[in-house]
Design a protein around this ligand. Structure first.
Ligand code: SF4
Length: 377
């Protein structure tokens, strides 16, 4: 029987078992997490995207879980609470991880290459992926992490000072969407762009609201079967596909990532079906990244993705007509570069998260003049 961190936390909740959860994720931390304060109450903020029901019950309408929440209870993600029939978010303005990363780390390859991302996350997630690399914050409640008070205007100011865009990432931004939207508005007032890295498990209307203020979104298309999402993520594929289409139709820049897990989601038919869906529903020019899996969390018994698998997946995608297909987490192979689909020359050369050269002129190939979609300046 598998036993998740979420189960563990819930099991400990009534026994006074304190968890020391660090807030440090990624490469360059902007602050040291303050000493753990187990049980410190988060600051509540009015939630959006919910409706009142009888007897002080509410229904959350932010994501497909559509949690029915009794008074004094929380939804599945653990960060939204019903207090007397009013629904509150417990993570607005309270990130537990704040770092500056290369934008290539998200990965966003057609969005300001070589730029920096002021990246932040709160506790909580509406999925429970067995391969999660940030499970210590995604599967935690707000009380179980070290957080800092950082309202939207301060995030915007800090990002501006770093010369970076704001990126919501690491855990699941959809569960802190009110904070994302308010921060994106504050950032735009300072001329700072805003991006989101998400699993895409959201409802259509909230995602449309978010798209009004975001500049780019990277969505993890974790698998291409309902079976995969049910068994390995406690989620569903269909709403993710709907979110992907919603973002694409909104005009916000979109890139997709598929983490290739050996034996779980890397079969040739599944990859081919996914590529065909991307081409048919989104268009051949939407970038698709195949990234390498490393054993994590509840999948430590699964080996890392062989390089050959990533190359095979990329070849399938190119063969299906997708124009911008990448391999990730394996520095030094050709799938890191952006190639012009007309003259096939390298227009953005990368090594790992480092951009080595950009051969674009006003968004066009510097060699043949072909337009390359993306946000380049
Ligand atoms: S955002 Fe959280 S509370 Fe709302 S429906 Fe999804 S899991 Fe439930």
């Amino acid at each position: 029987m598998s036993f998740s961190r979420r189960d563990f936390v819930r099991g400990c909740a009534g026994t006074g078992c304190a968890l020391a959860v660090g807030g440090s994720v990624g490469s360059l931390a902007l602050f040291q997490p303050r000493p753990a304060r187990a049980g410190e109450a988060p600051r509540p903020h009015p939630a959006r995207f919910w409706k009142k029901l009888e007897n002080k019950r509410v229904q959350c309408q932010l994501c497909p879980k559509q949690c029915l929440v009794e008074d004094r209870e929380r939804g599945f993600c653990g960060v939204r609470e019903n207090r007397g029939g009013e629904y509150l978010t417990l993570v607005w303005g309270q990130p537990c991880a704040v770092h500056v990363d290369p934008i290539e780390k998200k990965p966003l390859f057609h969005f300001l290459p070589g730029s920096r991302a002021f990246s932040l996350a709160t506790a909580g997630c509406n999925l429970e992926c067995k391969c999660c690399q940030n499970w210590d914050i995604s599967q935690s409640r707000p009380e179980e992490v070290d957080w800092h008070w950082m309202p939207p205007e301060e995030v915007a100011r800090r990002a501006q000072a770093e010369g970076a865009c704001v990126t919501f990432t690491y855990s699941e931004p959809i569960v802190f969407l009110e904070y994302c939207i308010d921060t994106a508005v504050a950032a735009h007032k300072l001329g700072v762009r805003t991006t989101m890295v998400t699993g895409g498990s959201g409802e259509v209307e909230p995602m449309k609201e978010a798209c009004k203020v975001l500049d780019a979104v990277k969505i993890d298309l974790k698998g291409f079967t309902e079976d995969y999402y049910r068994k390995l993520c406690k989620g569903k594929l269909a709403p993710v596909l709907k979110t992907i289409e919603t973002v694409r139709q909104s005009g916000v820049w979109l890139e997709l990532v598929h983490l290739c897990i050996p034996g779980a989601n890397d079969s040739e038919p599944e990859i081919r079906d996914m590529c065909r869906w991307v081409k048919t529903h989104l268009g051949a020019e939407v970038p698709l990244h195949f990234t390498r899996f490393s054993p994590q969390y509840q999948m430590k018994n699964v080996p890392p993705t062989p390089f050959e698998t990533l190359i095979r997946c990329r070849d399938i995608a190119l063969g299906e007509g997708l124009q911008y297909v990448y391999t990730g987490n394996v520095p030094g192979i050709e799938g890191e570069n952006t190639y012009c689909p007309r003259c096939h020359k390298v227009v953005v050369a990368r090594h790992g998260f480092h951009v080595e050269s950009v051969s674009l002129k006003a968004g066009h190939c510097a060699f043949c003049g072909q337009a390359i979609p993306g946000i380049w300046s």
